[in-house]
Write a protein of this length. Structure first.
Length: 296
């Protein structure tokens, strides 16, 4: 199966971003391809995804396929990598900004890598609260390996993120043994219960105005404004969902001289006003700027 692209991507940047040294457990990057398992209805499937500049190839490795299942995977991958997005207007804004114009060449063709599964996005945001990324990935792996499903293929195990029903039944004491704090354990179980019972779902948020989305999410225990904005940025691709207070974002803004210190936010607000409509993309590129450029 092939996804023909209307707008080019940078496969090298994409693959580097997905394999940048953290202990990711939901997918694996091997060579120039990404392996990921999916649950479609009651069926588990495994695919190999190979990105090129003007197309993305998807090879079915495990599980049966039909037109509906192929469409589900194709839609997920398209959303995951933001393949349908024309970012030329964003690049125009970067080009006329003397602080960020270097990004057009340095990260050329990099799309905002999202997290289409809203449940996973919210859980990941909760896991990452107040801890560094390396430890957050370790906690995520422990959670997924205990409560998630998997597919074995050619001596490798490919995990699926836990379902809301599976995580809802988690024992808080077991989560604490995995080094989750007591509050995070409660928050994860609470969020899982909200999804399992239909209290919240992605389609519900999509139908709401932006301010109502924030209100709905922050009405759930464990979801503050940062967590809500992170999930809206990564899962719903809300261009104005800015995770204010994010440590990486603040460090990137300090490094670019946009703000003089961590408490002065006036420069941040002025910056995002200049990039109105592309705030989420600018956040993503600022995060990208914190890492060393991959070796050519």
């Amino acid at each position: 199966m092939e996804i023909a692209l209307n707008y080019s991507i940078n496969p090298e940047e994409l693959l580097w971003f997905l394999s940048r040294g953290y202990d990711e457990t939901i997918y694996k990057v091997e060579g120039k391809s990404i392996y990921r398992a999916f649950r479609i209805g009651h069926e588990k499937v495994l695919v190999k995804i190979t990105p090129y500049a003007w197309s993305v190839h998807i090879d079915w490795l495990v599980g049966t396929t039909n037109a509906d299942m192929a469409a589900c995977v194709k839609n997920f991958v398209t959303e995951w990598f933001d393949l349908d997005k024309d970012i030329s207007a964003f690049y125009h804004l970067l080009n006329i900004d003397p602080v960020f114009d270097y990004m057009v060449e340095a990260f050329n063709g990099l799309k905002l890598v999202g997290m289409p599964d809203l449940f996973e996005a919210l859980c990941w945001a909760i896991i990452g609260q107040q801890i560094n990324l390396s430890f957050a990935y370790k906690l995520k792996r422990r959670l997924v390996e205990k409560y998630g499903d998997f597919i074995d293929y050619e001596d490798n195990r490919y995990y699926l993120f836990p379902s809301p029903e599976g995580l809802m039944a988690a024992d808080p004491d077991a989560l604490r043994e995995m080094q989750f704090s007591g509050s995070k354990a409660r928050y994860l179980i609470n969020i899982a219960s909200a999804f399992a019972t239909g209290q919240i779902k992605k389609e519900m948020l999509i139908a709401l105005p932006a301010d109502e989305r924030i209100k709905l999410l922050t009405g759930l225990k464990g979801i503050g404004v940062w967590t809500a904005n992170y999930a809206l940025m990564k899962s719903l691709r809300d261009p104005a969902a800015i995770p204010y207070g994010d440590a990486g974002l603040i460090n990137a803004l300090l490094g670019h001289g946009v703000i003089p210190d961590k408490k002065e936010l006036q420069g941040m607000h002025a910056l995002f006003e200049r990039f109105k409509g592309w705030e989420a993309y600018l956040v993503f590129y600022l995060w990208r700027s914190l890492a060393a450029k991959p070796v050519e």
